[in-house]
Design a protein around this ligand. Structure first.
Ligand code: SAH
Length: 461
């Protein structure tokens, strides 16, 4: 950083402008807007600048700069059309310890003027540290067009209610949360729509009922992020994700989804791969409680749906025991996502009257299932976490009575642009894929509905 951006209160302070032409005028306007008393040292002063000087309570000496002009001055701006004169004035001012700006020559002075977006009292200043004023102005134009003009009114309104809120809530953290909530509330829309008195009444009522304990309470959002495609997030998932102070996410949640979190949110990876736990489940549970107890809004992002093979139940157990507020947001589970994107309807009147979601992976690593309940010809069976046990799954289904030519599909990285669908039969598939690299995560779908994939498969990654 070559310069420190600060906001300088100039009301009533004397600013000396050396120069009386167009360049000096532009600086004079700015100084006047900030409430400074503007003095001008120049033999010729343009009319508008002379008016500004009078209005600001300053004076024009009507001759070239002399060092006595520096008496009683708080800052100096060198805006004559002569580089040497500017340098000379700057040197004299600096000898007296006065901050100096030399127009168009940042290297000679102490401070520079940024481009400004003025939504007083909200001010945005943009500086390229003198490298490219054009770039700074372009950025300024972009901000100008995207910031509603009434943002300033909103800041004024909030300023007026700062003291009443202080009297109501003495905890600074609670006050910050109150204002954050206010900015997410209809008060903002009212101000932007010009309904200032309604906004004021709403804000007054909100302060009246503000309660420190409720405001500073942490909260946990257990959010289903869907199977991969960020478009499959729900509106609520997105809203809570953008509200969260901390986001804990795991391996199944794609980067495109994590990127939707607030820029200043703390992102914590707690990823789990099969048999490779980045963080043991107990630690994740404790971490959620730890952050929530600091008063933070914690978003626990989980692949698919949190309550389908997602251990969501385990994660909220401790939260409930600790009395922490929480919400659970459902997500599109892998079975729904993969089936849709692979063109395999999980039920279909001609093929399957029911569907069953089964985990192919037990805590101890075995595949030990109620096989006799998984062999109905009119039922679709979806295996989560089943790839490792695929051969066993196929042979057990056949051994318990499912036909060897029953269609089966593997959907790898479903709904993402790396999705791959491999189909076959219970008899053949394990041999077909022997030695072939199949990328996790993979879902297995068994049943006659799989035969529809060639016709209904629409997603071309
Ligand atoms: N709660 C998640 C499931 C977690 S278990 C949900 O509701 O989807 C993890 C298993 O889900 C993986 O082993 C795999 O079988 C399946 N899975 C999750 N996302 C998947 C994807 N994009 N493609 C294929 N399978 C997926």
């Amino acid at each position: 950083m070559d310069f420190l951006p600060i906001s300088w209160r100039l009301q009533g302070k004397v600013a000396l402008l050396a120069g009386g032409g167009e360049v000096a005028l532009r600086k004079g306007r700015l100084l006047h807007r900030s409430g400074a008393v503007v003095n001008v040292a120049a033999p010729n002063v343009c009319d508008e600048l002379r008016d500004i000087v009078v209005q600001s309570g300053g004076s024009c000496v009507d001759r070239a700069f002399a060092s006595a002009d520096l008496d009683g001055v708080a800052l100096v701006i060198c805006a004559t059309d002569d580089r040497d004169t500017n340098a000379q004035i700057a040197g004299l001012a600096q000898q007296r310890g006065l901050p100096v700006n030399v127009v168009d020559d940042p290297s000679l002075g102490d401070f520079i003027f940024p481009a400004i977006v003025d939504r007083s009292p909200v001010l945005i200043s943009i500086s390229s540290s003198g490298a490219s004023p054009v770039l700074a102005r372009k950025l300024r134009a972009q901000l100008e067009s995207s910031l509603p003009a009434r943002w300033g009114r909103l800041a004024d309104l909030m300023a007026r209610f700062r003291q009443p809120l202080k009297e109501k809530l003495d905890n600074i953290g609670a006050r910050r949360l109150f204002w954050e909530q206010t900015l997410d509330s209809p008060v903002v829309e009212k101000v932007l729509a010009g309904k200032d008195s309604e906004a004021e009444a709403m804000l007054a009522a909100a302060i009246e009922s503000a309660d420190a304990a409720t405001l500073s309470r942490g909260e946990v959002y257990l959010v289903g992020a869907g199977p991969g495609d960020p478009d499959l997030l729900t509106f609520r998932a997105l809203r809570l994700l953008q509200k969260a102070d901390v986001v804990l996410y795991d391996r199944l949640v794609g980067k495109g989804i994590v990127d939707l979190a607030r820029r200043d949110a703390e992102l914590v990876y707690v990823g789990k791969a099969r048999d490779k736990h980045a963080l043991p489940q107990d630690n994740i549970n404790e971490l959620l409680v730890h952050y929530a107890k600091q008063g933070k809004k914690v978003c626990r992002l989980k692949g698919g749906d949190p309550f389908i093979f997602g251990r969501g139940g385990e994660e909220i157990d401790l939260i409930v025991a600790e009395g922490i507020d929480f919400q659970v947001v459902p997500g599109i589970t892998a079975a729904s996502g993969c089936a849709s994107y692979a063109g395999i309807p999980l039920t279909h009147r001609d093929h399957a009257q029911s569907v069953r979601f089964v985990t192919g992976h037990r805590k101890d690593g075995s595949v030990d299932l109620d096989w006799e309940h998984l062999v109905s010809e009119t039922e679709t069976v979806v295996f989560y976490m089943g790839l490792v046990g695929l051969r066993q799954i196929c042979s057990q289904l056949i051994a318990h009575g499912r036909a060897g030519d029953t269609p089966i599909a593997l959907v790898s990285r479903g709904t993402t642009n790396l999705q791959e669908v491999i189909t076959g039969t219970l008899n053949q598939l394990p041999d077909d894929i022997e030695g072939r690299e199949i990328h996790a995560p993979t879902l297995i779908i068994v049943g006659s509905v799989v035969s529809l994939h060639p016709r209904f498969g629409w997603f071309k990654p």
